[in-house]
Structures are given as structure tokens and as C-alpha cells.
Design a binder for this molecule. Sequence first.
Ligand code: NAD
Length: 426
Amino acid sequence: MHIMRVSVIGGGYVGLVTGACFASRNAEVTIIDCDPKKVAAINRKEPPIYEEGLLEILNDCVGVTLSASHSYDSIPDADLIYICVGTPEGADGSADLSYIRQAVTDAGRRMQESRKYQVLVVKSTVPPGTVQNIVKPAVLAASGKREEEIGFGMNPEFLREGRAVHDFLNPDRIVLGADGDDAYSRMASLYESFDVMKIRTSPAAAEMIKYTANAFLATKISFSNEIGNICKQLGLDVYEVMSAVGHDSRIGPLFLNAGAGFGGSCFPKDVMALVHLATAAGVDPIILKAVLAVNENQPGRMIRLLQERCGDLAGKRIAVLGLAFKDNTDDIRESRAIPAIQLLKDAGAYVTAYDPMAATAMSEVFPDIEYCRTAAAALSHADGALIMTEWPEFCTLSEEFSLMRRQIIIDGRHMVTGPGVEGVCW
Ligand code: NAD
């Protein structure tokens, strides 16, 4: 088997996991990141993010098939160049493609030095048409090469943070959007050892597939939250309802958990980007706008439930358990804990917070709340508590609640039962 040389530009959640996983299979990988701290950490075999299984791969592969660099020196020799830089939400809600433009222009300049056919693949989530209308012209202009000398592709990533290595190595399907047969075969051979369905599409369809998948999953969550809000009002248990609903094979059991809403670096910005691009295309995205509206409301619902039970929150000590946007990660991007804490602060509450992994990250957003080393410390003498993240350890909390001044617990993740516990939708 030919050993592929792969340069991965962007060593964040997606780039690092992509690079590490390819290096653990059949490729020689250089991860390029402009952040020297990330580069140094990877080369020291220290994952800059927590992901189960990543440390083991770095231990096995760094210095053998994997290295990191802040320079683009590996580009001229690469068979494949993977673009994994961020595509954050722009000021108007559209996807900000400035990192993509910069990365592909810099890559294109170095591709000029290459004598061989190369394929440049975007893995970042980008709006339909980006590869064809933005990336391809930018790379061809920067490299001065002819169209047949470079192939282009879009290979969306469906991994979940917290289970990223597992998901990357065990995907449900691999989508390969290619602009020609040569680009497709090169991309497919990189995934040769993955025994799973490979779906060939155009780059634009691959781009749309990623947005559609994320929007559908976000819709399932907001739909469940709306049903949960209705069930609570009717005195019904939404978890009992959705569990039976999810047994319908046309619906499926996943992403039906009602609660505080979705966060993370993908769902909120990707649904927003789809709203923006639909509107620009002359389509009013009625459902997608409602998905975002329901999501925005859930943290406020939790604070209102807390106020109904605690009274005025001014001067009250409120414990926030869970800061990460979901369990098993230290990522707080768009975490539902952020609006919840902001609302608590606005109401004059004194906030104590606990998270097994994400306190350091959250202290950059809220330097002025109290971070505790244990859930018990955060709960001690609290007048109320919010559960914002589905950390498994919260399921075992029980005695700790008796440390509170008043046992008022609003659960946003269906984690705890017992005296004083009320769910956001149950
Ligand atoms: P991230 O912010 O964690 O990582 C991006 C990295 O790119 C950073 O380390 C940054 O330093 C680096 N970078 C930016 N510009 C660069 C440049 N010109 N040269 C070299 N390095 C550069 O982002 P992420 O979460 O890995 O997401 C990357 C893309 O993948 C986004 O489009 C995102 O929507 C998509 N995606 C993310 C996930 C996820 O769960 N995080 C899942 C699927 C898809």
C-alpha cells in the first residue's frame, strides 16, 4: 500500500484528530497550526485538548508517522492537503471564511514548488459552493498551476467532541465530494482501511450534507425541548414520552433528550449559517429559525424556574454544576452554562461553579465567579443549583445536596432525582 503524505492545516479538534487518526492508519502526517503552543504540545505528545484515545495515538505516532509544525514546509511534498481551520460565525451570522481564505492561499503559494499532482481537501464546515467558487480559484491563483495539476475535494467531518477519536475511526459513512475522478480516487485511497460506506458526491453536495446533518440533529433537540416544555405544563414526563416515540424506527432514539438546549462549536453556528445562506438565496428558513429560538429560550426557562422557587436572586448563592457544552470535553464554546451564568449575574446572584474539566476555559469568560474543586464545594451553603452539563458523576450526587442552605435544584440534563429537584422540561 502506498504511504500517503498528508499535510493537515489547522490542529484544533478536527485537524488534530484527523491528523492523528490518519497517522495511526496508513499515512505520514504533518499537522500545521499557527499556534506555536499547540505545535509544541503535539510534538511533546501532549494533546492540547482532551479526547479519549488521543494521548495513546500521539504516544505511538509522534516522531514516527506524525509531527506538528507552524510552517507550511511539508506542503510541496504532500499528496493530500487537508484544510481543518475554523469557520466561526461572522458578525452577520454567515460563516466567516477568512481563516479558510488565508490557509488555502498560503498552501497554494507552497504548492507552486511541487512537481506532482496534489489534492486539496476541505474538511472544515463551509457553505455550499465554497470549494468550487472560493477555494479552487484562490489555490490556482496562488500556485500559478493549471486546473489538471491540482484536484479539489470536500470531506465533511461528523465526529462528536468527547468521542472524536472513536467517531473518526468508526464513522457511519464517509462523504467524499470530489471535483473529478483523480481527486476522488486519491481521497478514497486515504480511507482505504476504513471498512464503511463511501458516498461520492460533488463538493457542493458534500458541503450541504454537513450543514443538513447538523441542522437536522439540532432540530431533533429543539423539537424535543418544545415537546418537553409542553409536557411539563401538562404534568407529563417528556422522557417517558420520547422514549416510546424514539422506538419508532422512522424516528430513532438519539437526540431526543429534552433539556437546557444545544451548544458547542458546531450546531449553533452551523444552523445560523444555514439560516443566513437560505435567506440570501431567497428562502425563508422557518423551521431553522424556530430551532434557534427554542434553543435560546431554554437557559432563561431554567432561571425563571429557579426564581419561582428561590425568589429574588440578588445576593443568593447559586451553584452551577457543569460548564462544558457537553460531558467528556473541556470545550465551552456556546455552552448553555454561559447564558445561564450571565442571567444569574445580571440578577445579582453570587455564582459558584464546578466542572470536572472546563473550569479553566470558563474562567476566561467569567473571571469573577467562584470556581470550586468539587460539586460538594460548589453546593455548600447554596440557595439554589443548576445542572447544565450531562457529566455522569452528577448522577451520583445525593448527600451533597444536603450541604445546600435550601435544596432547590433545577436540572437541565435529566441527571438527578430527589427532594427539591425540578427539571427544566419535566
Ligand atoms: P478549532 O478552532 O478547534 O481549530 C482550528 C485550528 O486552526 C486552530 O488551532 C487554529 O490555530 C488553526 N488555524 C487557523 N488558521 C490557520 C492557518 N491559516 N494556518 C494554520 N493553522 C490555522 O476548530 P475545530 O473545532 O477543529 O473546527 C474546525 C472546522 O471543523 C470548523 O469548520 C468546524 O465547523 C468543523 N467541525 C468541527 C467539529 C467539532 O466537533 N469541533 C465537528 C465537525 C466539523
